[in-house]
Design a protein around this ligand. Sequence first.
Ligand SMILES: O=P(O)(O)OC[C@H]1O[C@H](OP(=O)(O)OP(=O)(O)O)[C@H](O)[C@@H]1O
Ligand SMILES: O=c1cc[nH]c(=O)[nH]1
Length: 186
Amino acid sequence: MNQRTVLQQDDIDRALVRIAHQILEHNRGADELVLLGIPSRGVQLAKRLGVNLARIEAAEGRMLDPDAITGALDITMYRDDLRRRTPRAPQPTRIPSGGLDGRTVVLVDDVLYSGRTVRAALDAISAIGRPRAVQLAVLVDRGHRELPIRADFVGKNLPSARSERIGVELRELDGEDRVVISEEGA
Ligand SMILES: O=P(O)(O)OC[C@H]1O[C@H](OP(=O)(O)OP(=O)(O)O)[C@H](O)[C@@H]1O
Ligand SMILES: O=c1cc[nH]c(=O)[nH]1
């Protein structure tokens, strides 16, 4: 198969540490932050970002429980292309106990492409609560947006051809960390 690895474990780890620092700097700390991962790999990335935030805060003498600020947001039923895709079982949505009202939600996903997943996520959020702000963190931005959506925090911009697919593999689900580019259908 024609496939090349573009990010390895170290690159992914470094990107997630950098994004955690950027989130804290942008929001002047972690108060009122909620990290919501979009299944499936966004959920794992949100958990890792939560752990990174807690480590950075601990180094400054502040305690932060990553589990208390991290959750998952299923967007399956909010997609505008539901009928055009292979049906997928909805995944659990898990919102931290403080809810979303008045909080700053950071949506987390592995790849940003057309932007349709994020648009669906905004609808899913508005069915749950009214955050003060919603921000977006992605491991990879591959371009080709079809909607006016941009990420606030990007691990790596990977310009790509539409004929390619970017696959994010994470050790929790795939046994190892890497990002690969392959020809669609290869
Ligand atoms: O910006 P978009 O065009 O919406 O593409 C990005 C989405 O596509 C991928 O999910 P996909 O639905 O392919 O399933 P996956 O989570 O199994 O990778 C990826 O995880 C993003 O959620
Ligand atoms: O290349 C792509 C496009 C959409 N979603 C992905 O995960 N990869």
